[in-house]
Design a protein around this ligand. Structure first.
Ligand code: 9MR
Length: 375
């Protein structure tokens, strides 16, 4: 026999369940899903991580475990760059790239290719080419060979990387020098022909700066006018605690979307260290001297800074969610602080804390603050 209080309780519970309808069942379902970044944003966008050789070859078991639990997209941090994958005219190194793609398929991860055409980490032999027909053949062969090999397995290609200067003009590079600005069209056209179904991305840093943003939009419009496929702009997102502002990020997301492409946040990390000469962006050729004032947290990050980082990440993810119709992917540039490139750039051998997981692969306050958006 149930007491009157129990009966009253049951009636109330039934009433609440009936009133909540689907929401109640959604909540029950949510309880059975492991809390993770990918589940928190499963209705919004993919959440990815750039991975290095240790993860690709599954030698870093803690990183692999985090990858499988938290993320549903991967980007190869270095192994598909020209100097690694195509080191001499007739030699392609596909072994590790094959492992990367297999890891993605085996674990049902949205798999990104990075990057087909870039002035940096280029093979030396390409910089010696000075004839435009030879360069056309080389560029087409490079793109065709790689895109074809991974057709149907790579979901998104960074076709051209960092082709613009800060003022929105085209950056000096061997490709620009030998082929003129049509090299971008050639690259996108060739990639689209090799795999008509793969997403094609233009990827760059500082894409919240108005002049550079205008340059990207000119590029997108030019390709579209010529009926050349481009699907997304990759805003890298190498940011710091103060900048770019949320307004600058939002204006840019909207501007790229209005130009008719998706936005991928392709290389997100937030440096907490001082910036020599207030350097912005991710120009890899810049490097500066180390000193104690430039490396203020060699042992651990003070709570006060953890909190600022946590708030910054939460604000940014709130903004990303607000624009979920425009953003298809948010990829962190690394899995945990220990493996971030920002420990060695723009000054060698510092201790930086730019990601959501610490050096022991444990979630930081910044992780919790992003996960709070689950509620
Ligand atoms: O994270 C990458 C680092 O390990 C390499 O040394 C560096 C060399 O160029 O490239 C880093 O990744 C870059 C990415 O490919 C393109 N955008 C800027 C990234 C950070 O430099």
């Amino acid at each position: 026999m149930k007491s009157p209080i129990q009966i009253f309780g049951c009636i109330c519970l039934l009433a609440v369940v009936a009133a909540c309808g689907n929401k109640a069942s959604e909540n029950v379902e949510a309880e059975h899903v492991d809390p993770s970044l990918k589940n928190t944003f499963s209705y919004d966008f993919f959440v990815g991580a750039a991975i290095n050789n240790g993860v690709i070859e599954e030698k870093d078991s803690l990183a692999t475990a985090l990858l499988k639990k938290e993320f549903n997209s991967i980007t190869p941090e270095n192994i598909m760059k020209w100097m690694h994958i195509h080191p001499s005219p007739d030699k392609f190194n596909f072994e590790i790239a094959d492992k990367y793609v297999d890891l993605g398929k085996k674990n049902n991860l949205h798999t990104v290719g990075h990057t087909l055409v870039w002035h940096s980490q280029l093979a030396d032999w390409v910089t010696e080419v000075n004839d435009s027909s030879a360069m056309t053949v080389i560029l087409k062969n490079h793109i065709n060979s790689i895109v074809n090999r991974y057709k149907g397995k790579i979901d998104s290609w960074d076709v051209v990387n960092e082709a613009l200067n800060e003022d929105g003009t085209l950056r000096e590079s061997i490709f620009l020098e030998v082929l003129g600005d049509s090299y971008l069209e050639l690259a996108f056209e060739t990639a689209a022909k090799a795999d008509p179904d793969v997403q094609l991305v233009y990827n760059d840093y500082n894409l919240t700066n108005p002049e550079k943003r205008a340059g990207v939009i000119r590029l997108v419009k030019k390709l579209k006018e010529k009926n050349i496929k481009i699907d997304a702009v990759g805003m890298q997102g190498h940011w710091n605690l103060e900048g770019p502002t949320l307004e600058e990020i939002e204006t840019s997301i909207i501007a790229y979307h209005d130009a008719g492409v998706k936005v991928s946040i392709s290389e997100l990390d937030i440096t907490v260290l001082p910036n020599p000469w207030d350097l912005e962006g991710a120009e890899v050729s810049q490097n500066f001297e180390n000193s104690p004032s430039m490396n203020p947290y060699p042992e651990s990050l003070p709570d006060s800074v953890q909190n600022i980082l946590a708030k910054r990440y939460q604000d940014i993810f709130k903004l990303f969610r607000k624009h979920r119709d425009k953003i298809d992917r948010v990829t962190f540039w690394g899995i945990n602080d220990g493996s971030s490139w920002l420990n060695n750039w723009p000054i060698d051998d510092r201790t930086n804390y730019p990601l959501l997981f610490d050096r022991n692969y444990r979630p930081k306050k910044a992780y919790e603050s992003v996960m709070e958006l689950n509620k």
